[in-house]
Design a binder for this molecule. Structure first.
Ligand code: GLU
Length: 289
């Protein structure tokens, strides 16, 4: 199948410099491969969503010269697909209801690894639903970060697929939608490197193909933490896109002068882009901004 990539922002605030870098990176790798580039709004968490930010992010991406090749999908429209995947896993005995509190988990070193709830079932409260993590090391080769290995039980434990509030967990929704959109390559920030083993395992249980993975280095704040939308870090100005776009390109290792428009600047970047030259390690934004 030919290359199909995507950028999948969560609407938890305005587009910021770190997300712009991920958008630029995923677009460049997809276009360099002659592939399709899609957009997916990951609006599955109304508790973290900032009203208006999905629209704001999509408008900002358009102002930065990005155009998805197919209609944008919204995870808030995809409930029945997540339900079907969840029921498949439940029927096969891979998930279990869990009433464990944070204190119960803290007593177990913070992670759930028992394959069954360690608290007393409480019919008066809805449970979270967890996936049983096997004691298995998942190996994969990241296209930028190289060979990876993660033991599911050690690192992830029995992780939540459906939250107490009835909300779907990112891991499930992401896998279902990468499958639904026939994504062959996932390019995203390195903060999600340690979600990859979980996602590969869910793909296996659901009989979905495994995409390739490329994790871009992160844009860090002055304290060494990832720039985060939820902290409103370094929003970029869609009304004046060229400076931030060139900074994002430079941050990925591409020295491209601004062209007349963002789309022309992206096209010029594509001419000189080589995936092998991508920066691999995360950097503090203040050193380059
Ligand atoms: N929605 C996630 C984020 O904004 C990205 C998910 C992904 O690319 O798999 O961090």
């Amino acid at each position: 199948m030919s290359y199909r990539g995507r950028f999948a922002p969560s609407p938890t605030g305005a587009l910021h410099f770190g997300s712009l870098v991920a958008a630029v990176g995923s677009w460049l790798v997809a276009r360099h491969a002659g592939g399709t580039w899609l957009l997916r709004v990951e609006d599955i968490d109304p508790l973290r969503e900032v009203p208006g930010s999905a629209d704001g992010i999509l408008k900002a991406l358009a102002a930065f010269g990005f155009e998805a090749d197919e209609p944008v999908i919204f995870q808030s429209d995809r409930n029945s697909a997540y339900e079907a995947a969840f029921e498949h896993l439940r029927f096969a005995g891979h998930v279990f209801p869990c009433w464990c509190s944070r204190a119960d988990l803290a007593a177990h070193g913070g992670l759930h690894r028992d394959g069954q709830c360690i608290a007393r079932p409480d019919p008066a409260r809805p449970p979270a639903w967890r996936l049983r993590s096997p004691d298995r090391t998942i190996h994969w080769v990241d296209d930028l970060q190289g060979p990876q290995a993660e033991n599911l039980r050690e690192v992830a434990g029995d992780f939540v697929l459906r939250r107490v509030e009835g909300l779907w967990a990112y891991q499930l929704a992401c896998v279902v939608d990468d499958g639904f959109q026939d994504i062959t390559h996932v390019v995203r920030g390195a903060d999600l490197l340690d979600s990859t083993a979980r996602q590969i395992y869910i793909q296996e249980l659901l009989g979905l193909p495994h995409p390739g993975y490329l994790h871009l280095p992160l844009v860090l704040d002055g304290t060494g933490k990832k720039l985060s939308k939820s902290e409103q870090a370094l929003p970029v100005d869609p009304a004046d896109p060229l400076p931030a776009l060139c900074r994002a390109l430079a941050w990925l290792g591409l020295d491209v002068p601004p062209a007349d428009t963002p789309a022309a600047t992206l096209a010029a970047a594509l001419e000189v882009f080589e995936p092998a030259a991508l920066r691999r390690s995360s950097l503090t934004a203040t050193r380059t901004l």
